[in-house]
Design a binder for this molecule. Structure first.
Ligand code: NAD
Length: 485
């Protein structure tokens, strides 16, 4: 069993109580982690505050950038270990987790480049007696609450810009996939960061997260997870008036027009929902297909879905691993059973695969309407609901008829249609003739119940900065103390 400790300031804390992480492929516990106490959370916040007000806060942007680059190099050196930890924690493919981890240094390089370009601006105050400028300053101590599906990637969306801005952080990983986040903290000292810049607290229940986000010493909360938890987290943060960035769920539409390259579109539908066994916020879980090509697309996607290779997520030939934990599998089963009972047609899959572990077959549900629970609720599993539309207007209406608004895919060769549609879709990201592409440079986030705030790109940096207005009196004059001016 691998033993992992929390990082609190300069100290590694194994914890007085512990919990285990279960490998969803073997069903066996494989790592032991600390159960943080309230005192651990207090100490982590104090350590982050001390670093912010101390050595870290005094560094120049150039020096911060150098440390970010070094961190990226160390991540690259530890990539295999970190990726295996993620696969053992959440059961996602090693080739997906490995690709994500090996991609992380690019995020640290990108934000290292921005760390010394946080310029303010001089303002024309409209009056001759004052010089005005705006400086941009780090928000301070950031609490990150993370989900289990891509722990290090989603942490990096927060950590790289927060560090570039000059903030410090306490990260609380998911109880389902905590190991890689705790391992990452070990690299900070090696990279040369002062203690307290990055701290970790772990726990088996929601309690540790609740303590952290409601802590008055936290200046900003950055959350990625489900809609219901996001609302609770924002409320707790508001209790001490800390703003929150929320990256929540989705029910994204992958929309196919007859003029598209149909082979590419079918492949895009498969990528959208069966990659990562659908356990991704950007899952294209609603396939919206024009009536003229609906049957053809359905046949192509169903054919590929039925041939998906399920098995050990560490094996290179595996295309879908297990579902992360039993509660998640039960949620998927419940949605599919309800759809079946309501008369929906299960084109392929629809059941657990009898192969041990937590496997659920790639599933396509047809003949449903958009108001069905499988079209409205986030299932977070390999379940594609197929809907037919007759024209562009109906496609937009169906795509937008969701309380979520994270992403959409659009398959067409008509450039005018692409521009028209991308403007009308109420989502944070639109892919045209592609699906499930992300990187450090493009802002990412949702609208409606998919959350608010943006990660990545220069927009991601702004989340961790606050503007300060400075007025400098230049004449030495005295003003009427009883009037504003
Ligand atoms: P979750 O909401 O169950 O848990 C997320 C985190 O919140 C965990 O660390 C959990 O311990 C913690 N938590 C739970 N209750 C809390 C509370 N009251 N206070 C503070 N922390 C609390 O989500 P999950 O099941 O881990 O992840 C799946 C969800 O995340 C899906 O809805 C998915 O769409 C979403 N997600 C969104 C994005 C995005 O960028 N938009 C990315 C990945 C996942």
């Amino acid at each position: 069993m691998r033993q992992v400790s929390m990082q609190i300031g300069a100290e590694r804390r194994p914890g007085t109580a512990t919990f285990s992480s279960i490998d969803p492929y073997t069903g066996e516990p494989w790592a032991v982690l600390p159960e943080a106490t309230r005192a651990d959370v207090d100490d982590a916040v104090a350590a982050a505050r001390a670093a912010f007000e101390g050595e870290w806060g005094a560094l120049t942007g150039t020096a911060r950038g150098r440390l970010l680059r070094r961190l990226g190099e160390l991540i690259a050196e530890s990539a295999d270990d970190l990726a295996i930890a993620e696969t053992r924690d959440n059961g996602k493919l090693l080739r997906e987790m490995g690709g994500q981890v090996r991609g992380l240094p690019a995020w640290y390089d990108y934000y290292a480049g921005l760390a010394d370009k946080i310029d303010g601006r001089v303002v024309d105050t409209g009056r001759g007696d004052f010089f005005g400028y705006v400086s941009r300053e780090p928000v301070g101590v950031v609490a990150s609450i993370l989900p289990w599906n891509s722990p290090l990637l989603l942490l990096t969306f927060k950590l790289a810009p927060a560090l570039a801005a000059g903030c410090t952080m306490i990260a609380k990983p998911s109880e389902q996939a905590p190991v890689s986040i705790l391992l990452l903290a070990e690299l900070f000292e090696k990279a040369g960061f002062p203690p307290g810049v990055f701290n970790t607290v772990s726990g088996a229940s929601r309690q540790v997260g609740e303590w952290l986000v409601s802590h008055p010493g936290v200046d900003h909360v950055s959350f990625t997870g489900s809609e219901a938890t996001g609302a609770a987290v924002a409320k707790a943060a508001a209790g001490h008036l800390a703003p929150a960035t929320l990256e929540l769920g989705g029910k994204s539409a992958n929309i196919v027009f007859p003029d598209a390259d149909l082979a590419a579109a079918a492949n895009g539908l498969v990528a959208g929902i069966f990659a990562a066994a659908g356990q991704t916020c950007i899952a294209g879980s609603r396939g919206l297909v024009h009536q003229d090509v609906y049957d053809e697309i359905l046949e192509r996607v169903a054919d590929r879905a039925a041939r998906i290779v399920m098995g050990d997520p560490q094996q290179p030939e595996t295309e879908m691993g297990p579902i992360c934990f039993p509660g998640q599998l039960q949620k998927i089963q419940k949605f599919v059973a309800e759809a079946r009972d309501a008369g929906a047609r299960i084109v392929t899959g629809g059941d657990d695969r009898d192969m041990g572990g937590l496997f659920f077959a790639p599933t396509i549900i047809a003949d449903v309407t958009n108001d069905a629970p499988v079209c409205q609720e986030e299932i977070f599993g390999p379940v594609l609901s197929m809907l037919r539309f007759k024209d562009e207007e109906e496609a937009v209406a169906l795509a937008n008829d969701s309380r979520y608004g994270l992403a959409a895919g659009l398959w067409t060769r008509d450039i005018q249609r692409a521009f028209r549609m991308t403007k009308k879709l109420r989502v944070g990201t639109v892919w045209v003739n592609a699906y499930r592409t992300l990187n450090f440079a493009m802002p990412f986030g949702g609208v409606k119940a998919s959350g608010f705030g943006r990660e990545n790109g220069s927009e991601g940096l702004h989340e961790y900065l606050r503007d300060k207005a400075v007025w400098i009196e230049m004449t030495g004059g005295t003003r009427d103390p009883f009037v504003l001016g």
